[in-house]
Design a protein around this ligand. Structure first.
Ligand code: UDP
Length: 245
């Protein structure tokens, strides 16, 4: 399906893609490759807000499963997202693109706090704004953080770059008959519990009419292809909305 022209997008990258082929942590060369893709699409005039997960370093659920207090573990997860944001900032700035990191957990000596109007100003000056620490509260994820920032920054769409090329009706890793949706509406995603993003993130996008475009960022050049309408992706939207359906 052809996507409309977007002026401003929110790009959410799962933490796990920053691992590259590693089992854990940050593969700097791979982050450089991701940064180059982001810069390539920025050069087309697109305004970009970034949200990066933390699952390559720490997930609150995993901490809780091993006996840690859940909220405590979630704060550790949020700190992991700040580390990833700084790694991405470094890779983007090596390519000559000005960026700012804004964290929902304040850490003044490291980055800015989230201030929407300041973020607007950064975008107007051609900077990429990387939002870290999700929504800043435990029991949430960076998917919800991405949906929240996409709404408050009035992004035209939320692009979720992950390891799979879209949304399937079953887990393609375990079911060879799994089919990928080209387009699916928010309510189907929620009712059938399709693995796209957390329900709270999907609901926030639905309530604010923000299309979610799920695609594989592991395939080189795919972000640009998806934006040009030549990629493989699933669009989650209100299918009665002619802008995207
Ligand atoms: N997290 C949180 N609140 C937020 C965002 C993140 O508590 O608003 C914590 C949570 O523990 C989560 C971890 O940070 O597991 C890493 O984020 P996420 O799992 O969303 O990363 P991703 O799966 O995208 O790599």
């Amino acid at each position: 399906m052809a996507l409309p022209q977007f002026k401003r997008i929110l790009l959410k990258l799962s933490g796990e893609v920053l691992m590259g082929e590693q089992q854990f942590g940050i593969d700097t060369a791979y982050v450089d490759r991701l940064a180059a893709e982001v810069v390539a699409v920025k050069q087309t005039g697109l305004e970009i807000c970034l949200v990066i997960g933390g699952g390559n370093i720490f997930r609150g659920m995993a901490g809780a499963a091993s006996g840690m207090d859940r909220a405590q573990a979630d704060y550790m997860g949020m700190l992991a997202t700040v580390m990833n944001a700084l790694a991405m900032q470094s890779s983007l700035e090596k390519l000559g693109v000005a960026t700012r990191v804004q964290s929902a957990v304040q850490m003044d000596t490291v980055c800015e706090p989230v201030i929407r109007r300041r973020a607007e100003r950064h975008l107007a000056k051609g900077r990429i704004v990387i939002f870290a620490a999700g929504v800043g509260s435990p029991y949430f994820t960076t998917d919800s953080g991405a949906a929240l920032r996409a709404a408050e920054m009035k992004c035209d769409a939320l692009f979720k770059g992950t390891s799979v090329d879209g949304v399937y009706d079953a887990d393609p890793k375990h079911d060879s008959n799994a089919k990928r949706y080209d387009v699916v509406d928010y309510d189907t995603v929620l009712a059938e519990n399709l693995k796209v993003m957390d329900a709270s993130a999907v609901a926030l996008c639905r309530d604010n009419s923000i299309p979610i475009i799920v695609f594989s960022i592991r395939e080189e050049g795919n972000l640009a292809r998806v934006l040009e309408g030549n990629g493989v992706q699933t669009v989650v939207c209100d299918t009665t909305d002619q802008r995207t359906g």
